[in-house]
Design a protein around this ligand. Sequence first.
Ligand code: IPM
Ligand code: MN
Length: 353
Amino acid sequence: MDYSIAVIAGDGTGPEVVREGLKVLQAAAARAGFSYQLTHYDFGGARYLRTGETLPDSAIGELQEHDAIFLGAIGHPDVEPGVLELGILLKARFALDLYINLRPVKLFAGVETPIKDKGPKEIDFVVVRENTEGLYASTGGFLKKGTPDEIAVQESVNTRLGVERCLRYAFDYAGRKDRRGQLTLVGKTNVLTYAWDLWWRAFNEIGDSDYPRIKREYAHVDATCMWFVKNPEWFDVIVTDNMFGDIITDLGAMIQGGMGIAAGGNIHPGKIGMFEPIGGSAPKYTGQNVINPLAAVAAVQMLLDYLGQGEAASWVEQGIIHAIGKMESLSAGHMGMGTDQVGDLVAESVTKR
Ligand code: IPM
Ligand code: MN
Protein backbone atom coordinates (compact mmCIF):
# COMPACT_ATOMS: atom_id res chain seq x y z
CA MET A 1 0.00 0.00 0.00
CA ASP A 2 1.06 3.57 -0.68
CA TYR A 3 -0.93 6.33 0.97
CA SER A 4 -1.05 10.01 0.30
CA ILE A 5 -1.40 12.10 3.44
CA ALA A 6 -1.89 15.86 3.70
CA VAL A 7 -0.39 17.51 6.77
CA ILE A 8 -1.68 20.78 8.19
CA ALA A 9 0.56 21.42 11.18
CA GLY A 10 -1.17 24.74 11.90
CA ASP A 11 -0.52 27.19 14.71
CA GLY A 12 1.10 27.36 18.13
CA THR A 13 2.23 23.97 19.34
CA GLY A 14 0.61 22.29 16.32
CA PRO A 15 3.90 21.79 14.46
CA GLU A 16 5.61 20.36 17.55
CA VAL A 17 2.97 17.71 18.19
CA VAL A 18 2.62 16.93 14.47
CA ARG A 19 6.36 16.25 14.32
CA GLU A 20 5.98 13.58 17.01
CA GLY A 21 2.88 12.14 15.34
CA LEU A 22 4.80 11.81 12.07
CA LYS A 23 7.70 10.16 13.89
CA VAL A 24 5.30 7.51 15.13
CA LEU A 25 3.68 7.16 11.71
CA GLN A 26 7.10 6.49 10.22
CA ALA A 27 7.84 3.79 12.79
CA ALA A 28 4.45 2.17 12.20
CA ALA A 29 4.87 2.22 8.41
CA ALA A 30 8.36 0.70 8.61
CA ARG A 31 7.09 -2.15 10.73
CA ALA A 32 3.83 -2.76 8.87
CA GLY A 33 5.52 -2.46 5.49
CA PHE A 34 3.46 0.26 3.84
CA SER A 35 4.66 3.51 2.34
CA TYR A 36 3.18 7.01 2.23
CA GLN A 37 3.77 10.42 0.74
CA LEU A 38 3.32 13.58 2.79
CA THR A 39 2.22 16.94 1.44
CA HIS A 40 2.54 19.84 3.86
CA TYR A 41 0.11 22.77 3.84
CA ASP A 42 0.56 25.99 5.81
CA PHE A 43 -3.07 26.83 6.51
CA GLY A 44 -3.65 28.46 9.87
CA GLY A 45 -3.50 31.74 11.72
CA ALA A 46 -0.05 32.77 10.54
CA ARG A 47 -0.97 32.38 6.88
CA TYR A 48 -4.25 34.19 7.44
CA LEU A 49 -2.45 37.16 9.02
CA ARG A 50 0.01 37.20 6.10
CA THR A 51 -2.39 36.73 3.19
CA GLY A 52 -5.96 37.02 4.47
CA GLU A 53 -6.60 33.48 3.29
CA THR A 54 -8.08 30.77 5.47
CA LEU A 55 -8.78 27.64 3.41
CA PRO A 56 -9.09 28.68 -0.24
CA ASP A 57 -11.42 26.79 -2.56
CA SER A 58 -8.47 25.63 -4.64
CA ALA A 59 -7.08 23.86 -1.57
CA ILE A 60 -10.28 21.87 -1.12
CA GLY A 61 -9.77 20.24 -4.50
CA GLU A 62 -6.18 19.42 -3.62
CA LEU A 63 -6.99 18.04 -0.18
CA GLN A 64 -9.61 15.81 -1.74
CA GLU A 65 -6.89 13.97 -3.64
CA HIS A 66 -5.38 12.59 -0.43
CA ASP A 67 -6.35 9.49 1.52
CA ALA A 68 -6.20 11.33 4.82
CA ILE A 69 -5.34 14.65 6.46
CA PHE A 70 -3.33 15.03 9.66
CA LEU A 71 -4.14 18.31 11.39
CA GLY A 72 -2.15 19.79 14.29
CA ALA A 73 -3.94 22.80 15.74
CA ILE A 74 -5.67 25.87 14.41
CA GLY A 75 -5.89 29.02 16.54
CA HIS A 76 -3.84 32.20 16.81
CA PRO A 77 -3.93 34.84 19.57
CA ASP A 78 -3.89 37.70 17.02
CA VAL A 79 -6.85 36.42 15.01
CA GLU A 80 -10.33 37.23 16.27
CA PRO A 81 -12.35 34.24 17.44
CA GLY A 82 -14.45 32.52 14.80
CA VAL A 83 -12.41 33.38 11.72
CA LEU A 84 -10.19 30.31 11.71
CA GLU A 85 -12.79 27.99 13.23
CA LEU A 86 -15.25 28.85 10.48
CA GLY A 87 -12.76 29.47 7.69
CA ILE A 88 -10.66 26.36 8.16
CA LEU A 89 -12.11 23.69 10.43
CA LEU A 90 -15.79 24.01 9.62
CA LYS A 91 -15.05 24.80 5.98
CA ALA A 92 -13.10 21.56 5.63
CA ARG A 93 -15.90 19.59 7.29
CA PHE A 94 -18.54 20.98 4.95
CA ALA A 95 -16.59 21.25 1.72
CA LEU A 96 -15.16 17.73 2.04
CA ASP A 97 -18.49 16.45 3.39
CA LEU A 98 -16.81 14.91 6.42
CA TYR A 99 -20.09 13.75 7.84
CA ILE A 100 -18.77 11.71 10.74
CA ASN A 101 -17.00 13.15 13.75
CA LEU A 102 -15.52 10.20 15.58
CA ARG A 103 -14.34 10.66 19.17
CA PRO A 104 -13.11 7.72 21.20
CA VAL A 105 -13.35 8.23 24.96
CA LYS A 106 -10.89 5.73 26.36
CA LEU A 107 -9.06 5.96 29.65
CA PHE A 108 -5.59 4.47 29.23
CA ALA A 109 -3.94 2.63 32.10
CA GLY A 110 -1.92 5.07 34.19
CA VAL A 111 -3.95 8.13 33.24
CA GLU A 112 -5.79 9.95 35.98
CA THR A 113 -9.52 10.54 35.62
CA PRO A 114 -11.53 12.93 37.79
CA ILE A 115 -14.23 10.25 38.07
CA LYS A 116 -13.94 8.53 41.43
CA ASP A 117 -13.63 4.73 41.45
CA LYS A 118 -13.65 4.40 37.66
CA GLY A 119 -10.78 3.03 35.62
CA PRO A 120 -9.88 1.85 32.11
CA LYS A 121 -12.46 -0.93 32.34
CA GLU A 122 -15.30 1.51 32.92
CA ILE A 123 -14.27 4.37 30.64
CA ASP A 124 -14.10 3.00 27.12
CA PHE A 125 -16.67 4.19 24.61
CA VAL A 126 -16.88 5.95 21.26
CA VAL A 127 -19.00 8.93 20.26
CA VAL A 128 -20.17 9.15 16.64
CA ARG A 129 -21.21 12.75 16.08
CA GLU A 130 -23.03 13.85 12.93
CA ASN A 131 -20.72 16.51 11.50
CA THR A 132 -22.46 18.41 8.68
CA GLU A 133 -26.01 19.20 9.77
CA GLY A 134 -28.05 20.13 12.84
CA LEU A 135 -27.42 23.56 14.35
CA TYR A 136 -24.12 23.76 12.47
CA ALA A 137 -25.90 23.96 9.09
CA SER A 138 -25.97 27.74 9.49
CA THR A 139 -29.53 28.30 8.38
CA GLY A 140 -31.70 30.90 10.04
CA GLY A 141 -31.43 34.63 10.20
CA PHE A 142 -32.21 37.90 11.85
CA LEU A 143 -35.39 39.89 11.71
CA LYS A 144 -35.38 43.54 12.80
CA LYS A 145 -31.74 43.23 13.76
CA GLY A 146 -30.55 45.86 16.19
CA THR A 147 -34.04 46.93 17.23
CA PRO A 148 -35.83 46.09 20.47
CA ASP A 149 -38.02 43.69 18.42
CA GLU A 150 -35.06 41.79 17.09
CA ILE A 151 -35.51 38.10 16.32
CA ALA A 152 -32.65 35.64 15.80
CA VAL A 153 -33.50 32.18 14.50
CA GLN A 154 -30.95 29.34 14.33
CA GLU A 155 -32.39 26.23 12.77
CA SER A 156 -31.44 22.61 13.32
CA VAL A 157 -31.36 20.90 9.93
CA ASN A 158 -31.82 17.12 9.91
CA THR A 159 -32.13 15.35 6.58
CA ARG A 160 -33.14 11.73 6.26
CA LEU A 161 -30.05 11.13 4.15
CA GLY A 162 -27.74 12.86 6.62
CA VAL A 163 -29.21 11.13 9.64
CA GLU A 164 -29.28 7.74 7.96
CA ARG A 165 -25.68 7.74 6.75
CA CYS A 166 -24.52 8.74 10.22
CA LEU A 167 -26.61 6.03 11.89
CA ARG A 168 -25.35 3.38 9.48
CA TYR A 169 -21.75 4.30 10.24
CA ALA A 170 -22.51 4.05 13.97
CA PHE A 171 -24.25 0.69 13.63
CA ASP A 172 -21.31 -0.64 11.64
CA TYR A 173 -18.92 0.69 14.27
CA ALA A 174 -20.88 -0.99 17.07
CA GLY A 175 -20.49 -4.26 15.15
CA ARG A 176 -16.70 -4.06 15.04
CA LYS A 177 -14.71 -6.79 16.74
CA ASP A 178 -13.27 -4.30 19.24
CA ARG A 179 -16.74 -3.07 20.37
CA ARG A 180 -19.45 -4.73 22.40
CA GLY A 181 -22.33 -4.52 19.93
CA GLN A 182 -24.34 -1.83 21.66
CA LEU A 183 -25.44 1.48 20.13
CA THR A 184 -26.99 4.28 22.18
CA LEU A 185 -28.88 7.06 20.44
CA VAL A 186 -28.37 10.27 22.43
CA GLY A 187 -31.04 12.88 21.74
CA LYS A 188 -33.89 14.87 23.17
CA THR A 189 -37.03 13.15 21.93
CA ASN A 190 -39.11 14.59 24.76
CA VAL A 191 -38.69 18.23 23.71
CA LEU A 192 -37.21 18.51 20.21
CA THR A 193 -40.06 16.51 18.77
CA TYR A 194 -39.41 17.04 15.05
CA ALA A 195 -35.69 16.48 14.76
CA TRP A 196 -35.56 13.62 17.21
CA ASP A 197 -38.65 11.98 15.83
CA LEU A 198 -36.78 11.62 12.55
CA TRP A 199 -33.64 10.32 14.30
CA TRP A 200 -35.70 7.90 16.43
CA ARG A 201 -37.63 6.45 13.49
CA ALA A 202 -34.54 6.08 11.33
CA PHE A 203 -32.60 4.52 14.23
CA ASN A 204 -35.22 1.85 14.80
CA GLU A 205 -36.02 1.18 11.14
CA ILE A 206 -32.38 0.74 10.18
CA GLY A 207 -31.66 -1.26 13.32
CA ASP A 208 -34.56 -3.63 12.72
CA SER A 209 -33.95 -4.17 9.05
CA ASP A 210 -30.16 -4.21 8.78
CA TYR A 211 -28.56 -4.56 12.22
CA PRO A 212 -30.67 -7.01 14.21
CA ARG A 213 -27.61 -8.13 16.21
CA ILE A 214 -26.79 -4.65 17.53
CA LYS A 215 -28.41 -3.89 20.88
CA ARG A 216 -30.18 -0.51 20.73
CA GLU A 217 -30.41 1.91 23.64
CA TYR A 218 -31.64 5.46 23.95
CA ALA A 219 -30.70 8.25 26.39
CA HIS A 220 -31.60 11.93 26.58
CA VAL A 221 -28.58 14.19 26.22
CA ASP A 222 -28.92 15.73 29.67
CA ALA A 223 -29.14 12.32 31.31
CA THR A 224 -26.15 11.22 29.22
CA CYS A 225 -24.02 13.92 30.91
CA MET A 226 -25.06 12.46 34.22
CA TRP A 227 -24.21 8.89 33.17
CA PHE A 228 -20.80 9.92 31.80
CA VAL A 229 -19.92 10.87 35.35
CA LYS A 230 -21.91 8.27 37.29
CA ASN A 231 -21.84 5.13 35.10
CA PRO A 232 -19.65 5.60 32.02
CA GLU A 233 -19.42 1.81 31.67
CA TRP A 234 -22.98 1.81 30.34
CA PHE A 235 -21.80 3.13 26.99
CA ASP A 236 -20.21 1.32 24.09
CA VAL A 237 -20.95 3.32 20.93
CA ILE A 238 -23.01 6.53 21.05
CA VAL A 239 -24.56 8.25 18.05
CA THR A 240 -25.86 11.81 18.24
CA ASP A 241 -26.32 15.05 16.34
CA ASN A 242 -23.77 17.78 15.74
CA MET A 243 -24.46 20.11 18.67
CA PHE A 244 -25.05 17.45 21.30
CA GLY A 245 -21.97 15.62 20.07
CA ASP A 246 -19.88 18.77 20.36
CA ILE A 247 -20.91 19.25 23.97
CA ILE A 248 -20.75 15.72 25.31
CA THR A 249 -17.35 15.01 23.75
CA ASP A 250 -15.75 17.82 25.77
CA LEU A 251 -17.07 16.10 28.87
CA GLY A 252 -15.81 12.82 27.41
CA ALA A 253 -12.33 14.28 26.87
CA MET A 254 -12.18 15.29 30.53
CA ILE A 255 -13.14 11.89 31.90
CA GLN A 256 -10.51 10.20 29.70
CA GLY A 257 -7.77 12.34 31.18
CA GLY A 258 -8.02 15.69 29.42
CA MET A 259 -6.95 17.47 26.27
CA GLY A 260 -3.43 16.05 26.40
CA ILE A 261 -4.76 12.68 25.30
CA ALA A 262 -8.04 13.19 23.38
CA ALA A 263 -8.12 12.84 19.60
CA GLY A 264 -10.84 12.95 16.98
CA GLY A 265 -11.51 12.21 13.34
CA ASN A 266 -13.64 14.00 10.74
CA ILE A 267 -14.49 11.36 8.22
CA HIS A 268 -16.22 10.78 4.92
CA PRO A 269 -16.00 6.99 4.96
CA GLY A 270 -14.25 5.59 1.92
CA LYS A 271 -13.22 9.03 0.68
CA ILE A 272 -11.11 10.94 3.16
CA GLY A 273 -10.60 11.45 6.87
CA MET A 274 -9.07 14.37 8.79
CA PHE A 275 -7.55 13.47 12.16
CA GLU A 276 -6.60 15.87 14.92
CA PRO A 277 -5.72 16.22 18.56
CA ILE A 278 -8.68 17.91 20.24
CA GLY A 279 -6.70 20.35 22.41
CA GLY A 280 -5.98 23.75 20.87
CA SER A 281 -2.83 25.50 19.72
CA ALA A 282 -1.69 26.34 23.31
CA PRO A 283 0.23 29.47 22.20
CA LYS A 284 1.92 30.04 25.55
CA TYR A 285 3.78 26.72 25.29
CA THR A 286 4.91 27.21 21.69
CA GLY A 287 8.49 26.26 20.91
CA GLN A 288 9.38 25.13 24.44
CA ASN A 289 9.29 21.37 23.87
CA VAL A 290 6.91 21.00 26.84
CA ILE A 291 3.57 20.26 25.19
CA ASN A 292 2.17 16.74 25.40
CA PRO A 293 2.10 15.19 21.91
CA LEU A 294 0.11 12.09 22.88
CA ALA A 295 -3.21 13.44 21.58
CA ALA A 296 -1.58 13.98 18.18
CA VAL A 297 -0.12 10.49 18.38
CA ALA A 298 -3.60 9.18 19.21
CA ALA A 299 -4.83 11.02 16.10
CA VAL A 300 -2.25 9.07 14.08
CA GLN A 301 -3.58 5.90 15.67
CA MET A 302 -7.08 6.81 14.42
CA LEU A 303 -5.70 7.69 11.00
CA LEU A 304 -4.08 4.28 10.73
CA ASP A 305 -7.28 2.57 11.79
CA TYR A 306 -9.18 4.57 9.16
CA LEU A 307 -6.69 3.54 6.47
CA GLY A 308 -7.31 -0.11 7.32
CA GLN A 309 -3.99 -0.53 9.16
CA GLY A 310 -5.66 -1.83 12.30
CA GLU A 311 -2.66 -3.74 13.54
CA ALA A 312 -0.39 -0.73 13.18
CA ALA A 313 -3.00 1.32 15.05
CA SER A 314 -2.90 -1.13 17.94
CA TRP A 315 0.93 -0.92 18.08
CA VAL A 316 0.57 2.85 18.40
CA GLU A 317 -1.90 2.41 21.22
CA GLN A 318 0.53 0.10 23.01
CA GLY A 319 3.22 2.72 22.46
CA ILE A 320 1.05 5.42 24.00
CA ILE A 321 0.45 3.25 27.06
CA HIS A 322 4.20 2.55 27.25
CA ALA A 323 4.99 6.29 27.18
CA ILE A 324 2.36 7.09 29.80
CA GLY A 325 4.05 4.60 32.12
CA LYS A 326 7.26 6.64 31.95
CA MET A 327 5.79 10.14 32.14
CA GLU A 328 5.42 12.01 35.41
CA SER A 329 2.24 13.74 34.25
CA LEU A 330 0.28 14.33 31.06
CA SER A 331 0.20 18.10 31.62
CA ALA A 332 2.32 20.46 29.57
CA GLY A 333 5.50 21.34 31.43
CA HIS A 334 5.10 18.58 34.00
CA MET A 335 5.77 15.49 31.91
CA GLY A 336 9.27 14.96 33.34
CA MET A 337 10.54 14.91 29.75
CA GLY A 338 10.32 16.87 26.53
CA THR A 339 7.75 16.68 23.76
CA ASP A 340 10.30 14.96 21.52
CA GLN A 341 11.14 12.34 24.16
CA VAL A 342 7.50 11.36 24.49
CA GLY A 343 7.38 10.84 20.72
CA ASP A 344 10.61 8.83 20.89
CA LEU A 345 9.16 6.53 23.54
CA VAL A 346 6.09 5.76 21.45
CA ALA A 347 8.11 5.31 18.25
CA GLU A 348 10.60 2.99 19.98
CA SER A 349 7.80 0.89 21.35
CA VAL A 350 6.17 0.64 17.92
CA THR A 351 9.49 -0.38 16.36
CA LYS A 352 10.51 -2.93 18.98
CA ARG A 353 7.42 -4.85 19.89
C1 IPM B 1 -14.88 20.81 17.94
C2 IPM B 1 -14.77 22.31 18.12
C3 IPM B 1 -15.42 22.98 16.91
C4 IPM B 1 -16.88 22.60 16.90
C5 IPM B 1 -15.23 24.50 16.86
C6 IPM B 1 -13.79 24.90 17.01
C7 IPM B 1 -15.82 25.09 15.61
O1 IPM B 1 -15.33 22.72 19.31
O2 IPM B 1 -14.29 20.28 17.01
O3 IPM B 1 -15.58 20.18 18.74
O4 IPM B 1 -17.70 23.31 17.50
O5 IPM B 1 -17.22 21.60 16.30
MN1 MN C 1 -16.11 21.11 20.51
